[in-house]
Design a protein around this ligand. Structure first.
Ligand code: FBP
Length: 281
């Protein structure tokens, strides 16, 4: 696992440079779900793939920016699904973005995720590693990642990050979000999953939601590259991650680019979602 974490550190230092100086224009190609890829998406994808191809412990990799699984080393132990630069469209408006890594064993499924790592590219570059029973944060100082702190969620938070198209929300979801704001929660939503979930984690709690909607019944966020890695982090930090009714890590994956409704947060907020959604199932 250390080999993989060292490789991610290496990729982050190169990607930081690319974000600061790279071309943020659209490329002429689309990813498997029809999103026009930015040149930055493709460049970051190449950086990460090249670095992982060097690792003997890696069996297979799959990128959000690619259609298929890439076989690396048949004797490898780990399978890695990654989003090279999540929220990349925010770079040219100078908002924080991030890379997300889910590390699996045996197959790409929620039940087989064994670790996850994400990197936030913001005013500072920070990396969070969720492995075994700890969630640790590191910060880039010059070219070294220095340990900063262990991350733990409180039972209850103050922040609310409601994603997806509001005029396509189910009435019970709209009521839930309105009630949470009526209870004094602060709105914190940048449109970048990595900085939004990082903020709730650092601040000790709250709720991030990207539900199923009339325009996207299975949500937008991808299970293997985005949802399961953050579910591993939030559960390991003492919070929860659900699809509205159950642990999102129990959601079966039929296709590598499957999406899932998702809710991440501290226990009080997630139990509130479970109550509302069970009454409207
Ligand atoms: P990409 O994987 O295409 O970058 O989309 C993911 C994302 O940008 C998340 O970072 C963010 O939480 C969400 O989409 C924002 O979606 P919306 O604009 O619908 O709220």
């Amino acid at each position: 696992m250390n080999e993989i974490i060292e490789a991610i550190k290496k990729s982050a230092i190169v990607i930081k440079e690319l974000i600061e100086t790279g071309d943020t224009d659209k490329s002429s190609s689309e990813n498997s779900t029809g999103d026009t890829q930015l040149k930055l998406d493709i460049a970051c994808d190449v950086i990460i793939e090249d670095i992982f191809r060097e690792l003997h412990c890696v069996k297979e990799i799959v990128s959000e920016e690619q259609d298929d699984i890439v076989k690396v080393n048949e004797n490898g132990k780990f399978l890695i699904a990654y989003d090279p630069l999540d929220g990349s469209s925010l770079v040219d408006v100078n908002l924080s973005v991030g890379s997300i890594f889910g590390i699996y064993e045996n197959d790409f499924s929620g039940k087989n995720i064994v670790a996850s790592v994400y990197v936030v590219f913001g005013p500072r570059v920070e990396m969070v590693v969720s492995f075994e029973d700890s969630v640790k944060m590191y910060r880039l100082h010059k070219d070294k990642f220095v340990f900063i702190q262990d991350l733990k969620l409180n039972e209850k938070g103050k922040l609310n990050a409601p994603g997806s198209t509001q005029n396509c929300w189910a009435p019970h979801h709209k009521q839930l979000i309105d009630d949470i704001f009526s209870d004094g929660y602060r709105l914190r939503y940048s449109g970048g999953m990595v900085p939004d979930l990082h903020q709730i984690l650092i601040k000790g709690g709250g709720l991030f939601s990207y539900p199923g909607t009339t325009d996207r019944p299975t949500g937008k966020l991808r299970q293997l590259f985005e949802v399961f890695p953050f579910a591993h982090v939030y559960e390991n930090a003492g919070g929860q991650a659900i699809d509205g009714n159950k642990r999102v890590l129990e959601v079966p994956t039929q296709h590598i680019h499957d999406t899932s409704p998702c809710f991440f947060g501290s226990n009080e907020e997630i139990n509130r979602v479970l109550e509302v959604y069970s009454q409207n199932a």
